[in-house]
Ligand binder design. Sequence first.
Ligand code: ADP
Ligand code: UDP
Length: 238
Amino acid sequence: MTKGKQLYEGKAKIMYETGNPDELLVYYKDDATAGNGAKKGTIADKGIMNNKMTAFFFEYLEKQGIATHYVSMPSEREMVVKKLTMFPLEVVMRNVAAGSFSKRYGVEEGKVFASPTVELFLKDDALNDPMLNSYDALALGLATKEEIAEIERLGLKINDILKNFLKEKKVDLIDFKLEFGKDSSGKIILGDEISPDNCRFWDSDTHEKLDKDRFRRDLGNVEGAYKEMLRRLTGEER
Ligand code: ADP
Ligand code: UDP
């Protein structure tokens, strides 16, 4: 596996070309940002832990019949993935009120929903990732009606699979953000990552936060929370 030209450096990851035009190499950094880059820092070994947790979740989802971009993990900070044409959408799934949902609707954090919700946000840092609905996404030409329906169907299925799996690990899946893309045949595939950076995980008994909210809200023990999630998922300490 050759690490080629750098294509893009994002807030948490760097994407490189590989010898294979259909694949990319993702390098996971320790950099952490919140509030669309307003707050910056690093979380020790985050890149390693998020790479491992993402690989774990993607392998699990594949076994449950969900197509993901995951190919292999050549090193502890690197993942080989299928190159996708990404939809410029952040797809947020929620089971329990928290974060921007609680603020927007004036609902206390922790209110459990009768059924999950799906929200779409435009992935555009300059505009602060505004929320949009499926008609807006269609009007803007971001995806077809069928693609939006498929993205929402997959989001709900992934939510079901992960929520049930995490329950066994004594973790409540509060909410999380997914990104989807299309392969060269037009098939919709789950991309990006699934880690404490883009999910809210609460301990089922104590409701302790085991995710990036510890960084966003200065709650302390940020590394400890990521480590604990990795340990619950894979049994590894780092
Ligand atoms: P951001 O761009 O939000 O700062 P990252 O640092 O996580 O985020 O950068 C990763 C970038 O790679 C994101 O723009 C994401 O949409 C994109 N991406 C994720 N998976 C793939 C894929 N399989 N193919 C192409 N691009 C991808
Ligand atoms: N999220 C994300 N990237 C973003 C915005 C949100 O990964 O740019 C995730 C976040 O970690 C949480 C879920 O999406 O698990 C819902 O986030 P919310 O809309 O409540 O936003 P926040 O409170 O982070 O502003």
